[in-house]
Design a protein around this ligand. Structure first.
Ligand SMILES: [Zn+2]
Ligand SMILES: [Zn+2]
Length: 337
């Protein structure tokens, strides 16, 4: 494939401002890197936190986007894992040091020097993307390019959030607060594992509750309601700290509440009694390559179906606005071809 000199990209130049369409030089792959022709990139709430200036020290200007589906068009020195023409997916985690204490303990998601696509590295809201081949995944064949994109963050972070919950305590009845892109994937995994899903949306969001029931939730209601029975665990995918407390009220003794978000409003103070009976409150940061391998093996077995709406690359700002307003069922995906 002929690689042009420049590419179209949606760029964040200053936080608090909309993305702007720019022509940027197409990067050349260095050692261990792949140049991808981006086909689709899904849009995540984290992109919104980045644009709003809620994440510290982004690279600026930066191309956002960390749910990238692309085709390998060139490989740098020593990058032998994939061949030109192969389809790969690229997530949020873009590089780790391999040397710090966290990396050596197998917790590369906590790496002190980690780099992230669409935040401290340029991401996928562009026609081309440079990826470290070690942090690119082969994608299950049953998924089309656009359908696969939400697996790369909504799916991966959702899966890790769910995994940390089930590793903490046995779960049959699972609450999910914030029924957006991550929840719609996790709900399918939870049902596949024999769990019953209780969905919590913004109060009064009947469309969201209908969507959750359609995905198999046994109950759907507002986040200000208590479920009809005690839950074993709850996952939080909305950036609202008060939900951590609401969820603690809903889980049984020894139950767990896990937040999947990268940014959240402050958690209000709450009575110690809500935690005392060995309830666990925890949070997920980033992902590991193991999460990616596990999810890409599991998703086609469920099979997870992603509900997507495709918008042109130039509509990235519109996509962010819709996520802000909660006007999305499933995931929004940008067509970068
Ligand atoms: Zn490290
Ligand atoms: Zn994300």
């Amino acid at each position: 494939m002929d690689i042009p000199e420049t590419m179209r990209a949606m760029v964040l130049e200053r936080t608090g401002e909309p993305l702007v369409e720019r022509r940027l030089p197409v990067p050349r792959p260095g050692p261990g890197q792949l140049l991808l022709r981006v086909r689709y990139c899904a849009v995540c709430r984290t992109d919104l936190h980045l644009v709003d200036g809620e994440l510290p020290d982004p690279k600026l200007p930066v191309v956002p986007g960390h749910e990238i589906v692309g085709e390998v068009v060139a490989a740098g020195e020593g990058a032998t894992r994939y061949s030109p023409g192969q389809r790969v997916g690229v997530p949020w985690l873009g590089w780790t040091c391999g040397e710090c204490r966290h990396c050596r303990e197998g917790r590369e998601n906590l790496c002190d020097r980690a780099k992230f696509n669409g935040y401290t590295l340029d991401g996928g809201f562009a026609e081309y993307h440079l990826a470290d081949e070690r942090y690119a995944f082969p994608l299950p064949e049953r998924y089309g390019d656009a359908e696969a994109a939400p697996l790369l963050c909504a799916g991966l972070i959702g899966y890790r959030t769910w995994r940390l919950a089930v590793e903490t305590t046995p779960i049959v009845d699972l609450g999910i607060y914030g029924f957006g892109a991550a929840a719609h994937i996790v709900a399918q995994i939870a049902r596949f594992k024999g769990q019953r899903v209780f969905a919590f949306t913004r109060p009064g969001d009947e469309e969201g509750q209908t969507f959750a029931r359609r995905l198999g939730a046994v109950w759907a209601g507002g986040s200000d309601e208590l479920p009809p029975q005690e839950l074993d665990g709850a996952l939080i995918f909305a950036p609202v700290g008060a939900l951590m407390v609401e969820a603690l009220k809903a889980v049984r003794k020894g139950g767990v509440v896990v937040s999947g978000g990268i940014h959240m409003s402050d958690i209000p103070s709450f009575p110690y009694a809500l935690m005392w009976e060995e309830r666990v409150l925890r949070a997920v940061a980033n992902l590991t390559r193991r999460d990616g391998e596990e999810l890409m093996a599991l998703a086609p077995r469920v099979p997870v179906r992603t509900e997507i709406e495709v918008l042109p690359l130039a509509a990235a700002n519109e996509a962010l606005t819709r996520i802000r307003e909660g006007r999305v069922e499933g995931a929004l995906v940008l067509d970068c071809r």
